[in-house]
Design a protein around this ligand. Structure first.
Ligand code: UD1
Length: 422
């Protein structure tokens, strides 16, 4: 099993660069299915999830070609299949994003249900209900969601919850529907704005992305495009939390404060100095962070994808902090791992009570999911002694070359591959 080994307690400073946004890249790659031309995407992060999406698209008949580091070409100009393979879909929930564009393009799609994952049940009922509102017949067959339609007709859709994935899938499904679709109670995440901008660059008619009401006027055909993905606000947020734990300033390059207001406000409340600088954000931590309360919410609220990283920092904050998770029902797997490092945490229903301690002690721990993995790395960097983080494949899903970039800041950290000698 690959592990990340960290010698904690070293001072970090310098500059770290943020890559392209995974959660924007995945739906945009799926959106290439809608195009009759060539789609060239740049600022694509080199991550396992991106590779999985390429495999899903290839299995559907989309030609995928790497042009250079971070740039890929996708061409859905041949015969397309409507059926995505279970072996791939089961490894990544975001594979389900291909359903909307396939339904729009072929009027039929058969996609295995993504199943559960470490952070909760995560059904796709909101996606499927929306497809029905557009006129599709939806059924479940042998573990797959099947949608077929003679024609898709634009309609008003009201989401039961502002699901990010459902908003994206329905936006793509509606691109070729006849007439006007409005998605109400839509998710407002920056990744949705990026997807809308991408679709517009191919000729789609979409307004309101980034608000709770998105309007899509159906068009006949989308052409090709050259499009650059936004930078990853969750990766930026992860580095913001980390930098707040160090007293020498750190520049987080290639990111903007625009999509991080809730996160920056919270870190400032905890005592960090944070200000925009050039094309990035400069952060300097206080001698000791203060405690705080956070509650995860859909954007522009506090992102669930940064909850675990904040909790790691709060373990060392002065006083008692509270973290309430409202988006996912089971996203506290990292709590028991942090306790193994000496943190004082208690789970009370959907809230974790964190009593700040003076120090964390390095220990062998597990990355229980992607963001929990980042939290364990943060904890390891500020702990006394050696921390070994296992289940590194979770971290590799969302952070490109994390170890190398942390080394660039002065961290004493390395990967231990199964066949390498210690
Ligand atoms: C996306 C992000 C993920 C982030 C999440 C919330 C990607 C690839 N992933 O996931 O990193 O944590 O947004 O910001 O962009 N739900 C239903 N029925 C549905 C759909 C969702 O009940 O049909 C529930 C989910 O179980 C969950 C909540 O809604 O409890 C939020 O899910 P959603 O916003 O859809 O997240 P994802 O798109 O899966």
């Amino acid at each position: 099993m690959t592990r990340i080994i960290i010698e904690g307690g070293k001072k970090l400073s310098g500059t770290v660069r943020v890559g392209g946004a995974k959660n924007a890249a995945l739906p945009i790659m799926a959106g290439s299915i809608l195009s009759h031309g060539k789609v060239v995407l740049s600022n694509i992060p080199n991550l396992n999830d991106v590779e999985t999406m390429e495999k899903v698209l290839s299995a559907l008949g989309v030609k995928c070609r790497q042009i250079s580091d971070g740039t890929i070409e996708l061409a859905a100009d041949g015969n397309l299949s409507e059926e995505a393979p279970y072996e791939l879909v089961k490894t990544m929930r975001a594979s389900f994003f291909v359903m909307g564009p396939l339904l729009a393009r072929l009027k039929r799609a058969k996609i295995p249900l993504p199943g559960g994952c470490a952070i909760g049940v995560r059904p796709v009922d909101i996606h499927l209900k929306g497809f029905e509102m557009l006129g599709a017949r939806v059924s479940l067959e042998a573990g797959c969601a099947v949608a077929t339609a003679d024609r898709l007709i634009g309609a008003p859709i009201m989401l039961d919850f502002p699901s990010v994935g459902a908003t994206e899938n329905l936006m793509m499904a509606a691109v070729y529907a006849e007439g006007t679709t409005t998605i109400n109670n839509a998710a407002r995440e920056p990744e949705i704005v990026d997807l809308a901008n991408f679709l517009r660059s191919m000729g789609a008619s979409i307004t309101g992305a980034g608000t709770a009401s998105i309007t899509i006027n159906g068009v006949k055909a989308l052409g090709g495009t050259n499009y650059s993905i936004i930078s990853d606000r969750i990766e930026a947020g992860t580095f913001l939390v980390l930098a707040s734990l160090f007293q020498d300033s750190i520049l987080i390059d290639n990111c903007s404060t625009d999509s991080l207001h809730a996160v920056i406000a919270k870190l400032q409340e905890m005592g960090a100095e944070i200000k925009p600088e050039g094309n990035g954000i400069r952060v300097k931590g206080p001698d000791r962070l203060k405690s705080a309360e956070i509650k995860t919410l859909p954007f522009p609220g506090f992102p669930t994808d940064l909850q675990a990283q904040f909790m790691a920092a709060m373990c060392l904050s002065e006083g008692t902090s509270l973290v309430t998770e409202t988006v996912f029902e089971n996203r506290f797997m990292h709590v028991s791992e942090l306790i193994r490092m000496g943190a004082k945490l208690n789970i009370r229903d959907r809230t974790v009570v964190i009593n700040g301690v003076d120090k964390l002690i390095g220990a062998p721990v597990m990355a229980t999911d992607l963001r929990a993995g980042a939290a364990m790395v943060i904890a390891g960097l500020v702990a006394e002694g050696t921390t070994e983080v296992g289940n590194v494949h979770h971290i590799d899903r969302g952070y490109e070359k994390l170890v190398d970039r942390l080394r660039g800041l002065g961290a004493v950290i390395h990967r231990l591959e199964p066949d390498s000698n210690e």
